[in-house]
Design a protein around this ligand. Sequence first.
Ligand code: HEM
Ligand code: HEM
Length: 360
Amino acid sequence: MGEDSVVGCAVDSSGQASVKRYYNPAQYNEIHSNVGEGLQNQIAKIEEGHLFCTFEQDDHEINKIHVQFQKSYYLLLSRAGSVSPDGLSQHDTQDKVVSPQAVHISENIILGASANNWLVQLHGGLMVIAWLLCASTGMFTARYFKHTHTDFMPLGKAFWFALHVFCMAATAFLTICGAILIIIKKKGFELKDWHPILGCVVIGLAILQVAIALFRPHPNTPMRPIFNWVHWGIGNTAHIVGIVCIFLAWDLSLADLKRFGDESLWLWIMMAVVLFHVLMHIVMSIHTLWADKQLDSSNKKRALFPGPMKPNGMSDEAPGTGFRTFMLALYLLVMAAGAIALVVLVFWPKSTKEEEAPTS
Ligand code: HEM
Ligand code: HEM
């Protein structure tokens, strides 16, 4: 929340019910200096212990918040604990509902209080599996597995290559499905926030990356090093921006990821997964330096430089196959656990309290 126009239906300390104009400058609430701003025909009453409010609204402007009812808006309904002369207290994370879609308030509509958000949930779930699990694993194998299991050639392809292509094709496929679902939900693109803007960048880069890879020059041709650098650059950019998108999803009211006991649970899991990912890359880089040292490798410091990991100059298996295989299994297991935890949060049923549509 933030920069929202608010109508408060409240009972003050003298037991008097009223409908007043409030607003949220940011994550807090203030009463408006003109409590009837943009409101007409306000009626507030308490009957048999229940608070009832009716009111009409006109277009209005509060500070920089300009509400025009020919536009559509998401409606947020929340129940706050108490009301002071300055404003409404913050509501509990459980005590709120968001309309399933942006609505024209001037239309005659009946809104379900419990948002049927399965399109958003599927979008989030697919994107988490794509970028936290598939992309991370595919890029891990492309970097550290060029000299591992060299005698195992699924479908006649090198082990690292087969795994990379499988994981990255899955990433691109799930990303496109996730994009289609959210476009259906939002009925088009609405690039008003960082998550949608960066999300479009990720989707664009994923498609571009696959296109570039399909037309890659043959190894040992003069254009191949250029492909390696471009593919490495776009791939890592897409991955980092994708992870940022998953972080940013935490703040989207439609995703409702703050509804758990610990509001920041989503961020804690993400931070743990990113920390583990960084640690694994550090360990694997040190291991690559060690493995190259054992060989008469032409480039012993390749793991220290940014850019695509060059082959070590030998065609054989590098020492430490067992260790690398163990590390890949560990990486896959922990990333899968992190992704599953996030997917569970995305799909976690909303509390029945919300479905009762509290009045405030
Ligand atoms: C790499 C990961 C992700 C990418 C690339 C991505 C991409 C996008 C894009 C492009 C949009 C804009 C769609 C439009 O306006 O038509 C969007 C919106 C949205 N995404 Fe994601 N997304 C990602 C992860 C997630 C996750 C994990 C969630 C959690 C549930 C999520 C929830 C949402 C929601 C709720 C919206 C609508 C925001 C609004 O109200 O405008 N996304 N996403
Ligand atoms: C979303 C799609 C993709 C992403 C994000 C991606 C990402 C990456 C990254 C980051 C690397 C460099 C690994 C490193 O050394 O650090 C890489 C290497 C590579 N990728 Fe992909 N990739 C994708 C799809 C594909 C596809 C579809 C193919 C083949 C059909 C492919 C073929 C290759 C090859 C051949 C290399 C090795 C380049 C070299 O020799 O350094 N990639 N990929």
